[in-house]
Design a protein around this ligand. Structure first.
Ligand SMILES: [Zn+2]
Length: 459
């Protein structure tokens, strides 16, 4: 019942598999994205100095035609830009008009493997039924291996895919890709789709539709993506998600009318979720979508919502309890994501335990609450901080849940929801957080902790 945050560092990079769900995750993501851009620019300049015509001049431009070299190069770059823009427009149109031939028109005819992968991608994109889809060129990137593999005309470009899934994405959102184009006989074609993956932000080119043929299951306010042929699972998860949604609606006051996207694939890495590490025990993850990516317009980016990804090892155990926790994250994601993790996880646990209480009565919840007070609380020195939250071996989820139960008992649920909303929108730094918390509850985090330790639930 945990959440896997955007894990910005690649596996094996020395960073822990989990980081705080947004905050720290985003900071690292920004560092990676801007680092990548800086690297690319540096490399491009280096490349331009050492091989002035190798990467920018398509074979159609012949030297000594009376055009001065600088303008010739600029003209070649401009021509290439227009050619790739046209290809990307065609690509989006192909999805909108369900035209596979058009989608494959600019894919290397000699690369059977790439064409097959693009066919699968096309089928997935069509099946999802985007309300809006478009691709645009960001900046050129350089990769020595890609240049060696694809030859002197290699053009590696970061591409922004902007799309909107009906009801799921309340605004258009953006995801990153890296495409490799080469000029063959005067014509630009796509030569590869993954040369840049390692230099992109977390989760890039790992959307659910990027990973193999999927099957889409729909219910009211639910969209479930499973492996092609995994039909029964798709139906089961739709039903469990409907129950989970009912609980979130019943136990969390914020009116959220969106549709939940849940990916339950046989993949350990989907979007920014990474379940491949053995010490990752998360059953599911709620990872952000962005209307503007971190580093695109602002350092943090703009969170638009969240998609749920299920750990492949836990796919048989997906139930309404797990999903009500994750859906609480989704139903609060578009607020901004600046709330402290103890509040985010505490609220999600609060909702899912209210669901358990409705099924099994107050006894079990009361027993669990007492165990947290007796065992988990004394093991911590303070409210769990964002840093290291997901690495903490203490029961930070239980203590976060207890803190929310305590606040609800003192202030009432509507006031706690308003606190959540204010913090999620405006808690951009520790000073703002403390000010909002103090204004709305009379506590700062330190005094909240003191009172929490003396909390005796009324039963
Ligand atoms: Zn969670």
């Amino acid at each position: 019942m945990s959440v896997t945050p955007p894990s910005a560092a690649p596996p094996g990079a020395g960073a822990p598999p989990h980081g705080p769900r947004r905050w720290l995750g985003l900071v690292v993501a920004v560092a990676l994205v801007s680092g990548g851009v800086a690297y690319a620019v540096e490399q491009r300049q280096e490349d331009a100095r050492s091989r002035p015509t190798a990467t920018v001049t398509p074979p159609t431009i012949r030297p000594n035609q009376g055009t001065k070299p600088p303008s010739k190069t600029a003209a070649a770059i401009a021509a290439r830009r227009v050619a790739i823009d046209t290809i990307l427009l065609r690509r989006a149109k192909a999805v909108r008009t369900v035209d596979e031939r058009l989608f494959l028109q600019d894919v290397d005819p000699a690369n059977a493997k790439l064409r097959q992968a693009q066919k699968v991608l096309f089928a997935n994109l069509v099946e999802i039924g985007f309300q809006e889809i478009g691709y645009s060129q960001a900046e050129e990137r350089f990769d020595a291996a890609a240049a060696r593999e694809h030859g002197p005309s290699t053009y590696l470009v970061r591409v922004l895919m902007r799309y909107q899934i009906p009801n799921v994405d309340l605004t258009p959102v953006t995801t990153e890709l890296g495409y490799t184009y080469v000029n063959r006989g005067g014509r630009w074609i796509m030569a590869d789709d993954d040369d840049l993956d390692k230099d992109l932000g977390p989760g890039a080119h790992q959307e659910a539709w990027d990973l193999g043929r999927i099957e889409v299951h729909r219910g009211p306010r639910v969209l479930v993506l499973v492996e092609k042929g995994d039909t029964q699972r798709g139906r089961t998860i739709v039903a469990e998600a409907a129950e989970g949604l009912t609980q979130v609606t019943a136990y969390w006051p914020r009116r959220w009318r969106g549709t939940v996207l849940i990916a339950a694939l046989d993949e350990t890495e989907v979007r920014d979720a990474r379940f491949s590490d053995e010490d990752v025990e998360s059953a599911a993850s709620a990872g952000s979508t962005f209307s503007s990516l971190p580093g695109q317009d602002t350092a943090d980016g703009t969170v638009a919502g969240a998609y749920i990804v299920i750990n492949p090892k836990e796919r048989d155990r997906v139930d309404e309890i797990l999903l009500s926790h994750e859906i609480t994250h989704v139903a609060t994601a578009d607020l901004g994501g600046y709330e402290p993790l103890w509040l985010a996880e505490g609220a999600a646990e609060y909702v899912s335990w209210r669901g358990i209480e409705a099924i099994s009565g107050p006894g079990e919840v009361g027993k669990w609450e007492q165990e947290i007070i007796d065992d988990a609380l004394p093991a911590l020195p303070a409210l769990p901080s964002d840093a290291g939250f997901y690495q903490n071996t203490a029961d930070v989820y239980g203590v976060s849940w207890l803190a929310v139960r305590f606040l609800v008992s003192r202030l009432g649920l509507p006031a706690v929801e308003e606190l959540y909303e204010d913090l999620a929108r405006h808690g951009t730094d520790l000073a703002s957080r403390d000010r909002i918390l103090l204004t709305r509850t009379g506590f700062n985090e330190a005094s909240l902790w003191v009172y929490l330790k003396e909390y005796e639930p009324q039963r």
